[in-house]
Every structure is written in C-alpha cells, then in structure tokens.
Design a protein around this ligand. Structure first.
Ligand SMILES: COc1cc(O)cc(Nc2ccc(C(=O)Nc3ccc4c(c3)C[NH2+]CC4)cc2)c1
Length: 320
C-alpha cells in the first residue's frame, strides 16, 4: 500500500518536528522524533526558492549520502521533497558541534585530540575511497554523537571528480580559514590533498583552541605541520596519516577506516525483534519500515536495518 502524501503531511505523519538546533545559509536544522520508533533525528529543511542555483548541490549531496555509510559519517535516513521544500532526515548527534566543544573546553588534551583526529581521518579515508572529496572540513561540520564519537556532516560542497580522485577539481569552495592555498588561489587542485590541508587546520584548532592566523610565525609553523605544506605534492596523504607515528602513539595500531556498517537488505532478525517490541505482525512491521524508509523492490536502496532496543523503546537505524 503506498500513500500519496504531500511533503508536509509525510514529514509530520512520520515525525514530530521540534525546536531548531542549527541554522546555516539556506537551511534550518530542526530536532525531530520518529512517531513510530521514538528515535530522535535532525531534519535539515531547505526552501527551494532560497536555494536558487544551489539546488543542484543539494541533489549532489543526496546522491553522495546514498553512497556513504560509515561509523564516522552522519547518516541520512530519508529525503522528503515537496514543491517548495527539500527535507533531509539525518542522524541526530546529541553532543552538537565539535566547534562548540572546543570553545567550551578552550583546547583539548593531546590524547583527546588524537582520539578525535583518528576518527576524522577514518571518515576522510572512507569518503575518499568512495570517490568524494568533502571540501568543507571544519569543526562546525564535525558533530559529537551520544557515545562521544565524531560524525562528519554536510556534503553540500563535496566534489566527485569524473575520472576518479587523481583528477583535479576546479571549483573554489569551502571556508577560507580552512581552505588550501591552491584552492584560495583559484588553481585546479586534487580534492584529497585540499582536504588534508583542512585536516591540518582542524588539528591546530583542536590542540590550540584557536585558528592559525597568517603571520610569519604561523607560516613558519605551517612548514612544521606536514599536512600544511603549501605545495600539495609535499603534503602528507591520508593513507600516510593512517599509520603516522603521532596518530598511532598509545594506540599502536593504524587507523581502521573501512566501514563497519553493512550495506545490504532489511535484516529479518531486526524485523522480528521490532515486530515483538511494537506488538505488530512481521508483515505489517516490514511494510511499515519499507513505507517509512521508502524501500521498494525495484529501488536500488542498499540500506540495511539495525535494531537498537533501549528501555523497551525500539529504534531502527538504516545503513546506506
Ligand atoms: C550527512 O549529515 C548531514 C548533512 C547535512 O547536509 C547537514 C547535516 N546537518 C546536521 C546539523 C546538525 C545536526 C545535529 O544533530 N545538531 C545538534 C544536535 C544536538 C545539539 C545541537 C546541534 C546544538 N545544541 C546542543 C545539542 C545534525 C545534522 C548533517
């Protein structure tokens, strides 16, 4: 059974839409709660008129998010589109932005920085392996989840070179304070190298609690940070960072960057547990989940489901 919802009806049928938790440019992010599972979500609401010529970027991000499923990348659960709006239903990260966390703590210890930095490298190595450059890496685009782990968000500026990650990109984008010199200078650039420069600025911000400013002392410092070499070919690569001595210190193992989340079909055991928890038949539960997640037989969705039961409420998360 499929229902012809209007976008607003669909959004409010499946989700309670609560307070605003983030604002940025042409988008507002509101806290939402799934009416069936009780799970909190973040709903990024964009007005198509305000998007204007940026609308294709949103479609690019949605396409990217369909191909990304990783323990340190914020999940996109659902897209709800109306004539006037596009809503992305996203993973809710209760700890908020890493940016606010750094401000609140002034700066982080070397150990806490290393734990976070390993998670950021893990996410970046995975995103690059899927053929995408993020191009807007900064503490505002790293969220802290319920388990105090980082999740990379906002793929609205990501680039996917047609010929693969060795091919150059041309669009000058991202935040100036984190953008690589070659991007700032309007040159064509390798996306993964530009992301590594941003990674260097993020590391500086984590350890110092403020951004490097462009004075001669900082330029001298840049030369010490191997990720912030002005010439891209002199810069460390993500794969060199995975087992860099500073990154592996105290861990003694390289960063595990492969996804721990299977991209597959709906897990039968999950349906069984959900149907018991929800006191519904397996068939009804499967239909509800498919309807909620807009799965269909002919769809190429590769999402899989994981049941997280917590104090009798059951939460169903998708992967992929
Ligand atoms: C792929 O993930 C994306 C993609 C995208 O384009 C945008 C987002 N944006 C999000 C922004 C914020 C949150 C979020 O959970 N924010 C949040 C959560 C808790 C708190 C705050 C913000 C701020 N006050 C403290 C508590 C989630 C997604 C993701």
């Amino acid at each position: 059974m499929s229902v012809n919802w209007t976008g607003d009806e669909e959004l409010h049928h499946f989700y309670e839409v609560l307070e605003t938790i983030g604002n940025g440019g042409f988008a507002k992010v509101k806290l939402g709660r799934h009416r069936l599972t009780g799970e909190k979500v973040a709903i990024k609401i964009m007005d198509k008129k305000q998007l204007g010529e940026d609308l294709p970027r949103v479609k690019l991000e949605i396409e990217a998010m369909k191909n990304l499923s990783h323990q340190h990348v914020c999940r996109m659960y659902q897209v709800i589109e109306t004539t006037a709006k596009i809503c992305l239903v996203l993973e809710y990260c209760s700890g908020g932005e890493l940016f606010d966390y750094i401000i609140a703590k002034e700066c982080l210890t070397e150990m806490e920085t290393r734990v976070f930095f390993r998670q950021i490298i893990s996410a970046l190595a995975y995103v690059h392996s899927r053929g995408y450059a993020h191009r807007d890496l900064k503490p505002e685009n790293l969220l802290i989840d319920d388990n105090h782990n980082l999740k990379l968000i906002d793929f609205g500026l990501c680039g996917k070179p047609k010929g693969g990650m060795q091919c150059r990109l041309n669009t000058c984008c991202g935040s100036p304070a984190y953008a690589a010199p070659e991007v700032i200078l309007g040159k064509s650039y390798i996306g993964s190298s530009a992301d590594v420069w941003s990674l260097g600025v993020v590391l500086y911000a984590l350890l110092c609690g403020y951004l490097p400013f462009d004075d001669e002392n900082c330029m001298a410092l840049y030369k010490l940070i191997e990720m912030m070499q002005v010439e891209p070919q002199d810069r460390l690569t993500v794969s060199e960072l995975l087992d860099h001595p500073w990154v592996t210190k105290d861990f003694n193992i390289p960063v595990e960057w492969h996804s721990k989340q299977q991209m597959g079909n709906i897990d039968a055991d999950c349906i069984t547990e959900m149907s018991i928890a929800l006191k519904r038949s397996r068939e009804t539960t499967t239909q509800l989940v498919k309807e909620t997640l807009r799965f269909s037989e002919d769809d190429d969705s590769t999402g899989s489901l994981e049941l997280i039961s917590d104090n009798d409420s059951c939460t169903c998360r998708t992967h992929g």
